[in-house]
Structures are given as structure tokens and as C-alpha cells.
Design a protein around this ligand. Structure first.
Ligand code: GRF
Length: 210
């Protein structure tokens, strides 16, 4: 007899997380559990062999793969290698979590609308790799977190979720970072869950949660 749980399990999405560094967002996704996500993290990929994210994955029995981009003659060859890996694991969703390599246009096209990213600012403000510091130095009173689909341009795809974080005048940069990360660790699993439950409908630049 197949119960409801069995069915749910069968429908679970297969997730690959791409991470280059510390992997606290990866950890938040792991900790939220596959039942919450309606998805299973089956692969963690990194372009950095020392990424702590790889250690986190192995500790949880998740396949962790490092591929050195330097070992390939072209970006195309590197992409092909990764694509094969993803196909082998029958990946439905790619979750970028502190992945520091820009994806090629071809790669994005191959996995269109199946790649998510998290950005530590309220896009379209403060794009780029130093978003928290840039917002802090600019003196904004409100910044935040954005989860979005990835398109061909940096930090520019349709927005799934955003949450504001207020900057208190006594906040140090470190304090602001901590506040931002706390929000990230809550809303990234939620966005992944929405994707895995097929509740995200993209209409042009707008994403409806149904
Ligand atoms: C996060 O702040 C995320 O928004 C940005 O990179 C950072 C990754 O942190 N894209 P971690 O590796 O998940 O701890």
C-alpha cells in the first residue's frame, strides 16, 4: 500500500546546491529538512576545494563534488562537465548559495527558471559581491535580502522573496551581517520549498506564489 508519505517522497525535487565558501545557507537548507522543502539535496558542488560547504555536505552524507575550473581549456568545457554531473543526478533545481563563479549564458539557458540565488540586499540596489558592506557604507536605513531566479545578468532575475532588514545606527557592519544572515537562513528554505511545491509562476519579471 502506498500511503500519502510515499507519494510525497516520490514527488520530491532533486536539488543541487552550488557553494564556494562557508555554506551557512547550505546548512540552513539541510537543517530545514527534506520534508519541509519537499526536495532532497542530493549534490553539493563547489569550484573551491577548501569550501567549508563541502565538509558540511559530507558530514550529512550528501555527495560533495569539487571541480577545478582552472583545469579546463574553456568555460564551455567546464560547463559541460558540470552539466553531465547534474544530468547524472537528475537535478530539478540548482540553488546558488554563496557561489562565487558567474554562470555562463549558455549554462543559464540550459537550466532556465531552475536556478535560484540569494542576495544580501534589496535588489536592484547594491548588486555585486560586497552588498552588505556597500549598503552599510552608503548609510541606508533599510536593506535586506532577496531570493530570485537567475537569468543571464548578475543579480537581475525575477524576484521570488524579499525581506527588509532595518539598520540601527548603533549597528556595526558585523551586526548588520548577522541580521542579514538570520533572514537569509529563514527565507531561502521557504523559497526553495515554494519551488519544490511548484508554487512559483513566472510572468515576465514578476513571480507569483500560488
Ligand atoms: C550570503 O550572504 C549570500 O547572500 C551571498 O553569499 C553569502 C553566502 O554565505 N550570495 P554562506 O556561504 O551561505 O554562509
Amino acid at each position: 500500500m502506498f500511503g500519502e508519505n510515499e507519494n510525497k517522497l516520490k514527488n520530491k525535487k532533486r536539488i543541487a546546491v552550488f557553494a564556494s565558501g562557508f555554506g551557512s545557507n547550505l546548512q540552513a537548507l539541510i537543517d530545514s529538512g527534506s520534508d519541509y522543502l519537499n526536495g532532497e539535496i542530493v549534490l553539493v558542488f563547489s569550484n573551491n576545494k577548501d569550501a567549508y560547504a563541502l565538509k558540511r555536505a559530507r558530514r550529512h552524507g550528501i555527495k560533495a563534488v569539487f571541480v577545478d575550473p582552472e583545469k579546463f581549456d574553456s568555460r564551455n568545457q567546464f560547463d559541460q562537465k558540470i552539466t553531465k554531473l547534474l544530468e547524472k543526478e537528475k537535478i530539478d533545481l540548482i540553488v546558488l548559495a554563496g557561489y562565487m563563479l558567474l554562470l555562463s549564458k549558455e549554462f543559464v539557458a540550459e537550466f532556465r527558471n531552475r536556478i535560484l540565488n540569494i542576495h544580501p540586499a534589496l535588489l536592484p540596489s547594491f548588486k555585486g559581491t560586497h552588498a552588505i558592506e556597500d549598503a552599510y557604507e552608503y548609510g541606508v536605513k533599510v536593506t535586506g535580502v532577496t531570493v530570485h531566479f537567475v537569468d543571464e545578468n548578475m543579480d537581475s532575475g525575477p524576484i521570488i522573496l524579499q525581506e527588509a532588514v532595518y539598520v540601527d545606527q548603533k549597528d556595526s557592519l558585523e551586526k548588520l551581517e548577522e541580521k542579514i544572515h538570520q533572514v537569509e537562513h529563514r527565507i531561502y528554505p521557504l523559497a526553495v520549498k515554494y519551488f519544490c511545491e511548484e508554487r512559483l509562476k513566472i510572468e515576465g519579471r514578476k513571480v507569483k506564489i500560488i
